[in-house]
Design a protein around this ligand. Structure first.
Ligand code: TYC
Length: 114
């Protein structure tokens, strides 16, 4: 019985500063960042090829694709779409792979939106 005396005098186990205190925290849900997919101009990729890329991978009509292609041709670069990181990476990969397979130097990149 003497061995159990310490249990009665030990007060360090049930103070008000213990782990059973629950704190309500705010649920702050930040939306994930978006990424711009950019098409770059060059001197060699045929205009028709760029138009085809924009129709095929970015769902543009022929008229939309032609307009964006001309913007890139004149200004050097244009945003061709805004996507999640994963979708943007996929689009860039698809365009780069398609251009390489056709031996065109067309460049496509992505950039995080502000
Ligand atoms: N500048 C190219 C030409 O004159 C056409 C072109 C347009 C190339 C857009 C790339 O992203 C591009 N043939």
């Amino acid at each position: 019985m003497l061995e159990h005396q310490w249990m009665m005098s030990d007060k360090s186990d049930d103070d008000d500063a213990d782990a059973s205190v629950l704190v309500q925290t705010r649920t702050k849900t930040k939306r994930p960042p978006l990424y711009k997919v950019l098409l770059l101009n060059d001197d060699y990729t045929p205009m028709e090829f760029v138009v085809h890329v924009l129709e095929r991978f970015f769902g543009m009509t022929h008229a939309q694709a032609f307009e964006i292609m001309l913007t890139v041709h004149k200004k050097g670069v244009a945003v061709v779409g805004v996507f999640s990181h994963e979708i943007a990476e996929t689009k860039v990969g698809q365009v780069m792979d398609f251009a390489r397979r056709h031996q065109h130097p067309l460049q496509c990149t992505m950039e995080r939106e502000e």
